[in-house]
Design a protein around this ligand. Structure first.
Ligand code: HEM
Length: 508
């Protein structure tokens, strides 16, 4: 507190860094506006005040449309040099995997999906698990979740599923009736709902959960041969979850317990670790399977497609500034390095457009020039200008040439690392579902393999929310659960005091 009449500088030690404005002018008085006399009015030429207050007015950028609440940490990924028992090079020429002991810096952002930027971290909600690998070939983002499957399998339905899960546009409350209205008409969501309403739907904190790439990707080797891949992160801290009652108690006193837990663990040197594993399938349609390998509502059975370890991630450094490293970090499924590729998974293709599109709006057209998003390699492009351009990307020998091709010393195309990967694609242009939908089988299998306490918790959680939905929606949901597993459907019906009719059982 400084005296009204003083310039607030009295206690200042000469060797402390002093305040300036953004123009570099020293600030002599940060306590008192410039006024005519000590009672005002204030003058408008006060640059120092105007700069300070108008910058404050612009402090927020739009929060993410989904995954608004999150927390970032940094660390490293150490490769085993192998994928299972084979040299990694058998499957991929990506340089971060090939050499045993090779370390790649990483940044990770954990998040919840539906709530706003300051919402509860104890919500029943998938957790985002987005990792940015800063490799010598540029960035690779693996943008995943803590649950292995998703609600929908076609990106065109994403705005709808999110609108149903987000607050009602009139009451601004998350309404079970709207959520189950959508889900009851979306049978492919049953597998995801079975995970989400089980204890896995509320991880105890960000350290005690696994991560999954969810969508199907590809790896490509030096000969240009590709395989289909699913990614898994195995928590070395084990899996721990909260019951709904425990979560209610946590969020009654702290909305950000998971960020706090992660930050404090890293501060105290208790560095969390996850092992990265992959499942691999040959790159074809696999007609022998009862599901489509490009369907993100399905898991790949681990007895047929075992988890093959490829390396270990350790988080060992906290952010220095939440805004710069959490709000401005930008992940996207299109951000791949040589040796890694997309599959034709329809969700993945839609996601790949969506991430950089929203980031150009949310952060700005030069979001990739921000330190947290820059690759460790020097970007060299002919892209220029735009709002908030921070620097000119690396140039060729001749700074006058910002186009390509040129004989005057501009940038040239890079040489490919290995044989190009050129799969044949043909088919009728259409709008249609995958032919092997099989919406209920894996949900039922998941239900049957749960220990009793998980099944009890699943039914309790579903009944608690479904009891707030209209009767016809409850009945539709019961019919779906019966199709997953008769016991599953009957127990939900019992909890809702609804008699299972013959017609429900027959259609089930
Ligand atoms: C077609 C389906 C999807 C679309 C269109 C979509 C779109 C988006 C958008 C627009 C954001 C905000 C990004 C930002 O503002 O920086 C986002 C964030 C995110 N999405 Fe998706 N998403 C889809 C499906 C999924 C799936 C299946 C997963 C999990 C595998 C997932 C994981 C994430 C994560 C982890 C984030 C937060 C990234 C961060 O921490 O900054 N999304 N998504």
């Amino acid at each position: 507190m400084s005296d009204q009449s003083s310039n607030g500088n009295n206690g200042k030690k000469q060797d402390q860094p002093f305040l300036t404005n953004r123009q570099g002018h020293p600030v002599y008085d940060n306590q008192n506006s410039r006024t005519v006399g000590d009672r005002g009015p204030a003058t408008l030429e006060n640059y120092q005040f105007l700069e300070k207050i108008s910058h404050f007015d612009r402090e927020r950028i739009p929060e993410r449309v989904v995954h608004a609440r999150g927390f970032v940490a940094h660390g490293e990924f150490e490769a085993y040099g192998t994928i299972g028992d084979e040299p990694a090079a058998k499957y991929t020429r990506a340089k971060l995997f090939g050499e045993k002991g090779k370390k790649t810096p990483v940044s990770i952002r954990f998040s919840t999906v539906i709530g706003g930027r300051d919402s509860s971290e104890a919500a029943r909600d998938p957790r985002g698990f987005a990792v940015k690998f800063r490799t010598e070939d540029g960035n690779w983002d693996l943008v995943g979740n803590n649950l292995p499957v998703f609600f929908i399998r076609d990106a065109i339905k994403f705005p709808d599923v999110i609108h149903a899960l987000k607050p009602d546009p009139v009451t601004f409350r998350q309404e079970p009736n709207r959520i189950f209205d959508f889900m009851s008409m979306t049978p492919e969501s049953m597998h995801m709902l079975t995970w989400l309403f089980s204890p896995r739907g509320i991880p105890k904190n960000y350290r005690t959960q696994d991560g999954f790439g969810v969508n199907t990707y590809k790896m490509v080797n030096a000969e240009g041969q590709g395989v289909l891949v699913k990614y898994h992160w195995k928590s070395q801290q084990g899996i721990e979850s909260l019951t709904q009652a425990e979560a209610n108690a946590v969020q009654a006193t702290d909305l950000g317990h998971a960020s706090k837990d992660l930050f404090e663990a890293i501060e105290s040197g208790e560095y969390p670790k996850w092992e990265l594993c992959v499942q691999i399938m040959s790159d074809d349609d696999h007609p022998e399977l009862d599901f489509d390998p490009l369907d993100d509502t399905k898991t790949w059975p681990e007895d047929q497609f075992p988890l093959l370890p490829v390396g270990m991630m350790t988080l060992n450094r906290n952010v220095e500034n939440f805004f710069a490293e959490n709000e401005q970090i930008a992940f996207g499924t299109g951000v791949l390095v040589d040796g890694l590729d997309f599959s034709d998974d329809k969700m993945l293709v839609g996601r790949t457009f969506s991430y950089s599109d929203t980031q150009r709006y949310r952060v700005g057209s030069n979001y990739l020039q921000l330190p947290v998003n820059q690759p460790i390699t020097q970007p060299r492009t002919n892209q220029r200008d735009g709002q908030m351009t921070y620097y000119v990307d690396g140039k060729g020998e001749n700074p006058h040439v910002n186009y390509e091709p040129s004989s005057l010393g501009g940038l040239t195309e890079a040489e490919e690392n290995g044989k190009p990967y050129e799969p044949m694609i043909s088919g009728k242009l259409t709008r249609s579902k995958l032919s092997r939908t099989n919406d209920y089988q894996q949900a039922g299998e998941r239900y049957r393999t749960m220990p009793d306490f998980e099944r009890d918790d699943l039914v309790l959680n579903l009944v608690t929310l479904l009891s707030q939905a209209e009767r016809h929606i409850q009945e539709l949901m019961i019919a779906h659960f019966l199709k997953c597993d008769q016991d599953y459907g009957r127990r939900v019906a019992e909890g809702l005091n609804i008699e299972v009719s013959e017609s429900m059982v027959e259609t089930a």
